[in-house]
Design a protein around this ligand. Structure first.
Ligand code: AMP
Ligand code: FE
Ligand code: FE
Ligand code: ZN
Length: 280
């Protein structure tokens, strides 16, 4: 399975594997390139770089920036930005802090009806990691309140459950601009999921394209099959590249490393446009 998987999450956000273990698994799977794209953080880059050198896997430093429009969450992959860029640092620090507060509030809401507390979530999170619903889902699973992480997302952690809270996030347009400002290459993540289609992201693509969007993550396991043709048409219309990735989260999601990949020419163009060289 040669190729490039440009979307993975480690223990620096809501994945279960360390960056080094993702890189080792990529080498075993025969991938030549991966991007480490933890939610709202670049803290795992150094570890991924060391492993990339050790295992002979090319690693692209990336992040998945949380944005929000009309109350709905939209994710932007940002490839090879300058990780020291001041505004980028400031914005992701703010999002992470707000994710922390939000996770505590969700747990508080749940604890009104379920015997459950913050300590059970905190145990699952590496110090400094970006907190997300998957951590809470895992704790609920540990308690037996749900039979799987996916069930938690469909029930207690669903936006309509009444327990959910939102975290702070910039608009997708500001997110695209910020990633470009930091020298990164912005790609709209999983634009064909049920949620993404509900908010009609396609209607905003002209605006995002003119703000500097580079591509659409058309090949993603959670994009709905009947959305793909339209996404390809839109990519063509707005001159956007097409990427493919697994969105690997270790054991917190069924997605398998390398199950989707990105064409070599697209990877080369990302590297050409990005402010930072590949980490290995
Ligand atoms: P949050 O950003 O905290 O709202 O949580 C969203 C995260 O949950 C994203 O990283 C998704 O990949 C992950 N996620 C969404 N649905 C599921 C699911 N059914 N199983 C596991 N993870 C999921
Ligand atoms: Fe995630
Ligand atoms: Fe995402
Ligand atoms: Zn992701």
């Amino acid at each position: 399975m040669a190729g490039a998987d440009l979307h993975t999450h480690s223990t620096y956000s809501d994945g279960t594997e360390t960056p080094a273990s993702i890189v080792a698994e990529a080498a075993r799977a025969g991938l030549d390139t991966i991007a480490l794209s933890d939610h709202d953080t670049t803290a795992g880059w150094a570890e991924a770089a060391r492993a990339g050198i050790e295992y002979g896997v090319r690693v692209l430093g990336a992040l998945e920036l949380s944005t929000r429009i009309a109350g709905a969450s939209v994710h932007l992959l940002g490839y090879l930005p300058n990780p020291e860029h001041e505004r980028l640092r400031q914005v992701i620090d703010e999002i992470r802090a707000s994710r922390q507060t939000r996770a505590r509030r969700i747990v508080e809401n749940l604890s009104a009806d379920y015997d459950f507390d913050w300590a059970e979530v905190e145990r699952l999170v590496e110090p400094g990691a970006t907190l997300g619903r998957p951590h809470i889902a895992q704790a609920l699973l540990g308690r037996g309140y749900v039979a799987s992480i996916s069930e938690a997302f469909e029930t207690l952690l669903h936006p309509r459950s009444g327990y959910l809270e939102a975290h702070h996030a910039p608009s997708p347009r500001d997110g695209v601009r910020l990633i470009r400002e930091a020298g990164g290459v912005p790609v709209l993540a999983h634009p064909g999921t049920r949620g993404a289609r509900r908010i009609g992201l396609a209607d905003n693509l002209a605006e995002l394209a003119s703000a500097g969007l580079f591509g659409l993550e058309v090949d993603h396991p959670e994009n709905q099959p009947d959305a793909l043709a339209e996404l390809r048409t839109l990519a063509e219309r707005y001159g956007l590249a097409i990427t493919g990735s697994s969105d690997f989260h270790g054991t917190r999601k069924p997605n398998r490393l390398g199950e989707r990949t990105t064409a070599t020419e697209v990877v080369d163009e990302i590297i050409r446009q990005g402010a930072t060289d590949p980490l290995s």
